[in-house]
Design a protein around this ligand. Structure first.
Ligand code: SF4
Ligand code: SF4
Ligand code: FES
Length: 234
């Protein structure tokens, strides 16, 4: 089996293996052929999010992807490459703070029912792998865009009944936030946890419209805005 790895240049490695994960193949190359090959990994069971990279142009977790003959492996896109397949996620992660993605003003008298917990249960499963930022075409051209997982986290806390400061969170995501997303769904397609940031962004748009906000570019072009369900009005 041959596998190509994008480092400073594209390098090809020959491996005598079958039915193994990409992470196992990378470990084998490092052990037997090139000890300088650099990549990140941790849990080896799709939990820590540290081994995300791209195979044939699509984001995967190396510890769960089964390598195929001829695969081309590259680091994540849209983030600085530190070395080989290791990237610097600091800037993308900083958007959690910029978007106020936390529970900031806890109401003491409210407790969550089982149904309430289900509303934002899946958003809690994010493993911060960064695949959605790599796949996002808006983030690729606008590094100020808050991006998929930060906006998903905002939805998690805005939809939490105990949060009393949801108004300030909604205000924070009006610039370089919900209206900049093209709803292309690329983030959803690559998320290993089945999280749909696109769907969360649509819900945040509805919340924004209910709070009186509208898409600034749309309003300027057509003199209209968005209705309470987030759909355009004229
Ligand atoms: S749906 Fe929005 S956040 Fe997701 S990849 Fe597309 S532009 Fe980015
Ligand atoms: S939302 Fe999904 S793709 Fe994005 S960082 Fe979290 S787990 Fe990874
Ligand atoms: S090593 Fe933890 S997700 Fe792959």
């Amino acid at each position: 089996m041959r596998v190509k790895i994008q480092r400073k240049t594209l390098e090809e490695f020959e491996l005598d293996v079958h039915d193994i994960t990409l992470l196992a193949a990378l470990n084998k190359i490092k052990l037997e052929q090139d000890p300088s090959l650099t990549f990140a990994s941790g849990c080896r069971s799709s939990v820590c999010g540290s081994c995300s990279m791209r195979v044939n142009g699509k984001e995967v977790l190396a510890c769960s992807y089964k390598i195929q003959d001829g695969d081309m492996v590259e680091p994540l896109k849209n983030v600085p490459v530190i070395r080989d397949l290791v990237v610097d996620m600091d800037r993308a992660l900083s958007f959690n703070a910029a978007s106020k993605a936390w529970l900031s003003s806890l109401s003491s008298g409210v407790s969550l029912s089982h149904e309430d917990e289900k509303i934002n249960e899946i958003q809690s499963d994010c493993i911060l792998c960064g695949s959605c930022y790599s796949a996002c075409p808006v983030y690729s051209v606008n590094k100020e865009f808050l991006g998929p997982f930060a906006l998903t986290r905002v939805w998690k806390y805005v939809s939490d009944k105990r949060e009393q400061s949801d108004g300030s969170k909604i205000e924070t995501i009006q610039t370089n936030g919900v209206w900049d997303c093209t709803l292309c769904n690329e983030c959803t397609l690559v998320c290993p946890q089945g999280i749909s940031s696109k769907a969360d962004i649509e819900k945040l748009r509805s919340k924004s419209a209910m709070a009186g906000y509208s898409d600034p570019s749309f309003a300027n072009s057509f003199g209209g805005g968005f209705g309470f369900d987030g759909s355009p009005s004229f």
